[in-house]
Design a protein around this ligand. Sequence first.
Ligand code: DQA
Length: 146
Amino acid sequence: MKLMLINGPNLNLLGKRDKSIYGEMTLAQIESRVLEKAKDYPADVIFFQSNHEGSIIDFIQEQTDKCNGIIINPGALTHYGLSIRDALVDANLPTIEVHLSNIYARDEWRHKSIIAPICNGQISGLGWNGYILALEYLVDLLRDVN
Ligand code: DQA
């Protein structure tokens, strides 16, 4: 089983960005926790972060046939990234949207996700553990995939 874990704009700055909202961990530290967990299953996880919507779409398109599921934190693209949404629909893979912060407890413009309706589900506000929980869910869902 192989999963994509994608992070969108500004998430390369985790560990420096407002820590009271996004926590202390860097993206590299989060990715290594996910890898550790994935080893137990076992599942392969490939990581990608970009500040550019088109690069994220290229990555999804390139990896779709090689992967079985997607974990994505689209960053602010969550709220307006319609071409990411289309790319995810085209990929037609089980997909979980993750947010470190609780987007429903923040600015009103963050309350609406245009990605969540086409995902299996959304995890919001559980910090970096959200990525682990998404991994657990997809591993269980895809139990019979090699
Ligand atoms: C975020 C929430 C978004 O609203 C914000 O633009 C981000 C991070 C989160 O993980 O909490 O960049 O996706």
